[in-house]
Design a protein around this ligand. Structure first.
Ligand code: CA
Length: 226
């Protein structure tokens, strides 16, 4: 496994690189944002750890540009404690997870394994799911319909897969958190709302007949447009 760490705090970066290497993870480090973006765009990494406040270019901008280039490498944002708006903003730009500073080595390693495992599972399943004229290629992280095709991040793909497998059934936000983020995650209903809004935009963008409707007080339902 190869991990890119973009972090300008020298001591933290050195400590993290040491931990990763000790755990047989190849780790590359970039201290500046612009340098981090160049490395990230190479597409050779299994996971990217991204700090937010960075010289030259901040972590959110790096993430945005990465996703704009259709790079779906899992990204974990390293956020300062209590930066809730930043966390939501990170997810808004296509982050797969975030970890609040300070964190333990074990926690970081667990999150890295979790995002890379989910990616491997999705990629190796090599499957296509269909609903209402929409095709979700989970192995390619792509969504297509009559009006075009669009790339999805890993989380978006997992969420849409869940919706398609539960098409026309009402699913609660709590159930989604449990299924997509896991019991022990810090994700809350904001995360679900943010991701549902991305999926809605992408479904609309490709002219999909399927829509995610809000069922007030109950959750969401994937169904066909009236
Ligand atoms: Ca920083």
């Amino acid at each position: 496994m190869r991990v890119l760490l973009v972090e300008d705090e020298r001591r933290l970066a050195d400590a993290l690189v040491t931990i990763l290497r000790k755990n047989k993870i190849t780790a590359d480090h970039a201290a500046r944002g612009d340098e981090g973006l160049d490395c990230a765009l190479s597409g050779i990494y299994d996971v990217i750890l991204l700090d937010i406040m960075l010289p030259r270019m901040d972590g959110l901008e790096i993430l945005k540009r990465l996703r704009r280039e259709d790079k779906t490498t899992p990204v974990i944002m390293l956020t300062a404690r209590g930066e809730i708006p930043d966390r939501v903003a990170g997810l808004d730009c296509g982050a797969d997870d975030y970890i609040p500073k300070p964190f333990s080595a074990d926690e970081l390693l667990a999150r890295i394994r979790a995002v890379s495992r989910r990616k491997t599972e999705i990629v190796s399943e090599n499957s296509e799911l269909k609903y209402g004229g929409v095709t979700l290629s989970t192995h390619l992280l792509r969504l297509s319909a009559a009006g075009g095709e669009v790339a999805l991040t890993l989380k978006e793909c997992e969420l849409l897969e869940y919706f398609i497998n539960n098409a026309e059934i009402i699913v609660s936000k709590e159930r989604i958190i449990e299924k997509i983020w896991g019991y022990d995650s810090e994700a809350d209903v904001n995360h679900v709302e943010v991701y549902v809004s991305f999926l809605r935009k992408k479904l609309a963008h490709i002219g999909a007949e399927a829509v995610i409707t809000t069922i007030r007080g109950a959750g969401y339902r994937l169904c066909l447009k009236n």
